[in-house]
Design a protein around this ligand. Structure first.
Ligand SMILES: [Fe+2]
Length: 199
């Protein structure tokens, strides 16, 4: 089965993004003021009516300023795998702190109709972006790594819907990344390198 999203799915995702742009709160459109802390960030996110577009998520996360200990209760690691620590989830968005020990990595995955922005809070993350090996219609699609980049503290990364990537902690230090998904990421497809989706 081809892993390329159907045209209706892409159109629906774009419509969803356009709808969310119309529903931006006035304050978010016009302000570049810092957002001081998690409570203020969730107040901004809650002010949207419906899912939030990628540009708005990026802008909000860029303005965020956190105190050193604000995420302490969510900073939890797992010895075997990266750990997702949910901070808040509503119908329209999910805020998650992901904690990575050195060497831990996500699967290769897409974003299943979601906009996702994450910000590196501590450590250095590595992101590898994947693209289809072939765009021939009807072909069984496999994927290859197209670019790898490192993101240090403060960096923002954004993904939308069919974007395919893998995030990892190359080490040697722990990595913490704050992610916001809109709508919440309920189901993402995962991939093996050079193979069609595995789920
Ligand atoms: Fe992702």
């Amino acid at each position: 089965m081809s892993a390329i999203p159907s045209l209706p799915a892409i159109q629906e995702a774009r419509l969803h993004e356009l709808r969310s742009q119309k529903q931006r709160p006035r304050e978010t459109r016009e302000s570049a003021d810092p957002i001081l802390g998690l409570a203020e960030l969730t107040r901004h996110l809650d002010a949207f009516e419906g899912p939030i577009g990628l540009d708005d998520l990026r802008q909000l996360m860029a303005r965020l300023q956190l105190s050193d200990d604000e995420l302490q209760t969510f900073t939890l690691f797992d010895a075997c795998n990266y750990r997702r620590n949910q901070i808040r989830r509503t119908e329209d968005y999910e805020l998650v702190l992901i904690c990575w020990r050195p060497g831990q990595a996500s699967p290769i995955h897409d974003h299943a109709g979601c906009a996702c922005v994450f910000r590196v809070l501590e450590g250095t993350g590595e992101e590898t972006v994947y693209v289809p090996e072939s765009d021939e219609p009807g072909a069984s699609v496999s994927y290859r790594p197209a670019a790898t980049s490192c993101h240090a503290g403060g960096a923002l990364c954004a993904s939308f819907d069919a974007d395919i990537h893998k995030v990892s902690n190359p080490g040697p230090h722990n990595l913490c990344t704050l992610h916001v998904y809109s709508p919440p990421l309920l189901e993402m497809r995962t991939y093996d390198e050079h193979c069609p989706p595995v789920s």
